[in-house]
Design a binder for this molecule. Structure first.
Ligand code: ADE
Length: 280
């Protein structure tokens, strides 16, 4: 997939795109990212891209022409691939995992980062982007939102995450059988005891079916306690019994998830298919 970013702060993306998952995705060829400076399209020698608001009021408003020209120039760099235009704004649709999954399947995204008090409404009407907010708070610009979105879609590109970090088991990717999005279960690694705290026995049992049941029950319980809003209209909103090892309680059956489960191999130490960390 190709992502174009339009910003007045292109340098902000340098470290971000050179690190971790976005960097892996780019290195593997699953993602290409092109950052464009909106100021390069300013029609004045001071490279000014904003002006005072008509009607008065505080702050400055980003002007139509530099933004429109920047979008057109970026799009013409590869006109064979149509871009989904996205404006990062606190007034947009709140970003959710289903939306991330949809965006991750598009061949090309054009991310527009606003600044100052906003963008002249006429260029938004002209470009008719999908408007996305990363949360109900106001940032000083859309750049952090663009990075959040890039990271979220990069990790869903085929081959970017290894088997052991499969995106299918993330919070919000696992669903109960009635379709509710669930939070992730707790995770543990070596040592078995740390600071007087033990790893739950069931994870050391080697009984994969029991471990799966326990994890599903944990997902439901966490979601019920922490994010009951995700279970609205779901029977899982009511407390479910947590299964112990080698039992098959109804809650675990209700919670059978729709994720794909890749086969894991067990070395008998409860660390399925993973290299043991130092100091175990
Ligand atoms: N720009 C400013 N605040 C924002 C937010 N919450 N989400 C996306 N873009 C923004």
């Amino acid at each position: 997939m190709r992502i174009d970013v339009l910003t007045i702060f292109p340098d902000l993306f340098t470290g971000f795109l050179a690190t971790s998952i976005p960097a892996n995705a780019i290195e593997q060829g699953a993602l290409s990212c092109h950052v464009h400076d909106i100021r390069a399209h300013a029609a004045n020698k001071h490279r000014k891209v904003d002006d005072r608001p008509f009607g008065g009021g505080p702050g400055m408003v980003m002007m139509c022409q530099p933004i429109f020209d920047a979008v057109k120039a970026a799009e013409s760099q590869d006109s064979s691939v149509p871009a989904v235009r996205v404006l990062l704004t606190p007034q947009g649709e709140r970003l959710t995992q289903p939306r991330v999954e949809w965006l991750a399947q598009q061949p090309r995204l054009m991310l527009l980062c606003g600044h100052y008090e906003g963008i002249d409404e006429r260029v938004i009407e002209e470009l008719s982007p999908l408007e996305i907010s990363i949360g109900d708070y106001v940032l000083s610009g859309g750049e952090l939102g663009a990075m959040v979105l890039i990271d979220a879609v990069a990790r869903l590109q085929p081959g970017v995450l290894g088997h052991e970090e499969s995106a299918a088991e993330d919070s919000f990717s696992v669903r109960s059988t009635d379709g509710a999005h669930l939070l992730d279960c707790p995770h543990y690694t070596r040592p078995r005891e740390w600071n007087g705290r033990e790893v739950p026995d069931i994870l050391l049992s080697g009984d994969h079916a029991a471990v799966d049941r326990w994890r599903d029950a944990q997902r439901i319980e966490r979601t019920r306690v922490r994010r009951p809003d995700l279970l609205r209209n779901s029977p899982l909103a009511h407390p479910q019994p947590l299964p112990a090892a080698n039992t098959n309680k109804p809650a675990a059956q209700v919670a059978r998830a729709t994720r794909s489960t890749a086969p894991s191999h067990d070395d008998g130490d409860g660390l399925h298919g993973q290299t043991a960390p130092e100091g175990a």
